[in-house]
Design a protein around this ligand. Structure first.
Ligand SMILES: O=C(O)CCC(=O)C(=O)O
Length: 334
């Protein structure tokens, strides 16, 4: 966490812009002190996983001569399931899962980003002083698009993110939840390397048709042809910059046409007490002005809750759906 409990106030123009457009980019928010621990944690994680994969004969080399971004891209090319170890959510699969590929990362540096005071100060201005960290959260580490193979090209953690509204990821229980997304640029996000692009005002248009993705159920999408004649605005931000957006806004990411890794983290928050829309996964109280002792401050407990969720899914004790992939499908359009 950074800073005290004072609020970094948005000005009236920024507020009005969010209401009007459904999105707001803040070019600079987090600094090196916020992001360096996350990067150090991920460097250590990559070192450990590369060593394990090498020992198991899964990759031909650990590539420790490369800087982090290029090393990640290289190991991913050798071992396409690598990204599952780096994401901050369990994979989105309804039904039986394979424990061998059912991984995530819930490290303390990630938890500290989720609880970062500068982020929560912004969020508080949209959802109020009782803030729940929604468990719908993703780490997106995207190599240059030409380096992706097989289904990874369509997988939005490492490849293309197609047009969608964030509501599509939630179960109907969260239709009325006031969720806000906070998208954080861990590396600078540019038009070239795949920043977000959004359709201004689309958050006022209601749910769109999202066609189910038969190859990758976790990636339903608004068909590109329906968006062709819409104005779309790119949102480049510096490293540490954030984009805030409404759960009904239509957006996607541009492809990574650079030569390096494009890295972001997307988090979601809502008022405590409202449904998360993903009951299989654990959220937590990130800030409470009324009852500070209800805040979760221990990263080990957070990690343990994710582990319990993982075990419940692997063991079949969790029987509900994890996410919704067919709700907004319309066969007459798709
Ligand atoms: O970073 C990306 O590729 C997509 C992020 C996104 O669509 C989201 O956070 O909802």
């Amino acid at each position: 966490m950074t800073g005290g409990k004072s609020i970094n106030r948005l000005n009236a123009t920024q507020r009005a812009s969010f209401e009007e457009n459904g999105f707001l980019a803040i070019e600079e928010l987090l600094d090196d002190a916020d992001l360096a621990p996350l990067q150090a944690e991920y460097e250590a994680l990559l070192g450990r996983i590369a060593a394990d994969l090498y020992a198991q004969g899964e990759i031909p080399a650990v590539h420790d001569d490369l800087p982090f971004g290029l090393r990640f891209c290289r190991v991913l090319a050798d071992y396409p399931d690598l990204h599952r170890h780096f994401n901050i959510s369990l994979p989105l699969i309804n039904g039986p899962v394979d424990p061998q590929t059912y991984h995530m990362h819930a490290g303390p540096a990630v938890f500290n980003v989720l609880r970062n005071d500068r982020i929560l100060d912004l969020v508080e201005q949209f959802v109020g002083p009782e803030i729940h960290a929604n468990p719908v959260q993703q780490m997106r580490m995207k190599p240059p698009e030409g380096q992706l193979s097989g289904s990874n090209a369509q997988h939005s953690n490492v490849g293309a993110t197609t047009w969608h509204q964030d509501i599509v990821a939630l179960l109907p229980e969260a239709d009325d939840t006031q969720q806000i997304t906070v998208w954080v640029a861990v590396t600078e996000a540019t038009v070239e390397n795949g920043c977000l692009i959004y359709v201004p005002g689309s958050h006022r248009e209601g749910p769109k048709v999202h066609c189910s993705n038969l190859a990758l159920a976790s990636e339903p999408q608004v068909p590109g042809r329906l968006m062709e004649d819409r104005e779309a605005v790119p949102l480049p931000v510096k490293r540490g910059g954030v984009v805030l957006f409404h759960k009904m806004n239509v957006h996607r990411a541009l492809p990574n046409r650079s030569n390096d890794l494009r890295w972001s983290i997307d988090l979601r928050y809502h008022p405590t007490g409202q449904a998360t829309g993903r009951p299989a996964f654990p959220g937590f109280v990130a800030r409470s002005r009324a009852e500070p002792s209800s805040e979760l401050r221990d990263p080990a407990i957070w990690a343990q809750r994710w582990d319990e969720a993982r075990q419940a899914i692997i063991g079949g004790e969790y029987r509900g759906r994890i996410f919704e992939d067919r709700r907004w499908n319309d066969v007459t359009v798709c």
